[in-house]
Write a protein that binds this ligand. Structure first.
Ligand code: FAD
Ligand code: EGU
Length: 503
């Protein structure tokens, strides 16, 4: 008993002293890197601000290159926290995101915990379900759990001995001149840190970006759309998925839309998109049911009347913002990636994928330009801005298109036309979503090709129409029909008109 007590006392003592020594050496590390900036030493220090999806992945990228990496995240470590925040629960991971994960050896790990979605399942108002495949067999997207993805990436980053994660560190302010950052902790204390490179991955409301906004010749625009979103959980039925799991379920209803992605625990996360105005009009449980009865009747028994009545009021609808800016860098000191550089509305399922591709593009430029920040950063801005702006525009375009006139019939029709054209001319015509979702075609090039294809299709249609008119005229001239049979006598015409008017 005494022995056990002594042993635990020793462990506690050891861990305390160990922690203390780590702290001291950390301090020395910071100091030495400060000296190194002028001394051109081997290990430069990279600070990643934000330990979300893009920040955690970026830490892996920089650690792999051998930089001294520190991540500063404002929240608690999500691997230990019990309460998860209100952000979307699952996400569609596609080719671009997977390629970036592959580069740091994380693709398999994430894909194995994702649920493949091979097709969309379009739910019409009558409850009819129609599948439309994303493409060939291997062309599927994955439904992944945001929290798990974030945790796995943080854990991976931590496996590098040259990486340190700091939680409960909220960036308050920083100086673009000196690179000095101030972080606030929940106990009220502050910490100051310097770095050779600051990577802003702190999301759509980036604190790093604030310093960009104060500078001359920085372009910035942000737009809140009138829609909000709300997440509702569809539980399993008898231990099984309530709907077919390997689909992205969609209920297109013009101004309203619902989407559902499967989770590993056999639930679905349904996301309802609707103008804030309409969210606010619904104030009682009965009104929720009435609304679902009118627009999404097939989901009521699946989500459950009682769940609907309570879940709807658990959290208010969340806002969606689109943000574009440029440049993405300041000198050789700081660079923005992920939502901090470009928040996009979620109507292409590309926000995270684009952010992950940012990391990969940066990595490719680091290779090309020998890790020289003074040339890598401007090149990153030059290459990446047109592409991130293109995906922001595409997502906004799709939002406007969907809310304007996309019901289930129109959605099915458009996707079938796309697929048929692709089937007829596989080399000439690739649907836009295919280029965006299943290739690494630069976003801005995908847009250009899309416009070009549109022209080709329109010319083709014009050409066929002209052909029909000319061919028809030729046939008419060759075999003139009996004119008298075609002309309707005046009195007959009068009779017909009268018939039209009288009921
Ligand atoms: P975030 O995930 O926002 O992470 C930023 C991190 O920085 C957070 O951890 C935050 O705590 C931290 N931070 C913030 N401020 C500070 C500070 N001052 N100091 C320190 N740390 C700070 N994308 C897809 O690819 N596919 C989808 O299917 C998809 N669906 C979506 C559905 C919805 C409803 C929404 C809203 C978005 C969706 N997205 C999707 C987009 C995706 O969520 C984002 O693009 C992605 O989360 C961006 O990652 P990030 O790391 O840049 O930012
Ligand atoms: C929205 C919210 C279907 C997850 C765009 C398709 C989305 C996702 C589509 C969300 C749509 C819309 C595409 C994918 C994907 C489609 C796509 C949208 C995942 C054009 C968790 N969109 N999303 N387009 O083609 O390319 O299936 O919250 F309803 S995946 Cl809006 Cl591919």
């Amino acid at each position: 008993m005494l022995l056990l007590f002594l042993k635990s006392l020793l462990t506690i003592l050891l861990s305390v002293t160990w922690n203390w020594t780590v702290r001291v050496s950390d301090h020395q590390r910071t100091l030495s890197t400060m000296e190194e900036t002028t001394g051109r030493s081997t290990k430069r220090k990279v600070v990643v601000v934000g330990g979300g999806l893009v920040g955690a992945l970026n830490a892996c990228f920089f650690a792999k290159r051998g930089f001294d990496v520190e991540v500063f995240e404002s929240r608690e470590d999500i691997r230990k926290a019990k309460v998860v925040n209100g952000r979307s629960i699952n996400l569609a991971l596609s080719h671009r995101g997977r390629q970036a994960l592959k580069h740091v050896g994380m693709e398999e790990k994430i894909v194995s915990k994702g649920i493949p979605m091979n097709a969309r399942m379009i739910h019409s108002l009558s409850g009819k379900q129609s599948p439309i495949p994303y493409g060939r067999k291997g062309q599927f997207i994955l439904s992944v759990d945001r929290a798990n993805l974030n945790k796995e990436l943080l854990t991976e980053a931590e496996t590098y001995p040259n990486t340190k994660l700091n939680f409960d560190h909220k960036l308050q302010d920083w100086s673009a001149e000196t690179g000095l950052m101030t972080f606030a902790r929940s106990d009220g204390s502050n910490e100051e840190i310097k770095a050779d490179l600051i990577v802003g991955c702190d999301g759509a409301f980036s604190a790093i970006r604030k310093q960009f906004l104060r500078r001359s010749r920085f372009n910035y625009s942000q737009t809140y759309i009138p829609h909000g979103y709300m997440e509702l959980t569809m539980p399993p039925i008898n231990g099984e998925f309530a709907m077919k799991p390997n689909y992205l379920h969609i209920w297109p209803r013009n101004t309203f839309m619902m989407i559902a992605l499967p989770n590993l625990d056999k639930t679905f996360t349904c996301t309802l998109f609707m103008p804030f105005e309409d969210f606010e009009k619904i104030t009682t449980g009965d009104e929720v049911i009435e609304f679902f009865q009118k627009y999404f009747p097939d989901t009521i028994p699946l989500i459950g009347v009682n769940a609907l009545k309570t879940d709807y009021f658990r959290l208010p609808a969340q806002a969606m913002v689109s943000i574009k800016c440029s440049p993405y860098h300041i000198g050789d000191k700081c660079v923005l990636m992920g939502d901090a550089a470009h928040a996009v509305v979620p109507f292409y399922g590309q926000g995270m994928n684009a952010g992950f591709e940012d990391c990969l593009v940066f990595e490719e430029i680091m290779d090309q330009l020998n890790e020289d920040f003074s040339t890598v950063l401007p090149e990153y801005t030059r290459v990446r801005v047109p592409d991130d702006h293109a995906i922001a525009d595409l997502a906004m375009y799709n939002y406007i298109e969907m809310r304007a006139h996309v019901n289930s019939k129109w959605f099915l029709f458009r996707k079938h036309v796309d697929n048929i054209l692709h089937f007829l001319m596989p080399v000439t015509i690739t649907p836009l979503y295919t280029m965006v979702t299943f290739t690494r075609t630069r976003y801005h090039e995908a847009v250009e090709r899309w416009h070009w294809q549109d022209k080709v299709v329109n010319r083709g249609l014009l050409f066929s129409a002209t052909g029909v008119v000319l061919g028809g005229s030729y046939l008419l001239i060759k075999n003139p029909p009996d004119i008298n049979k075609l002309i309707v006598p005046a009195e007959k015409m009068w009779d017909r008109l009268v018939a039209l008017w009288t009921p």
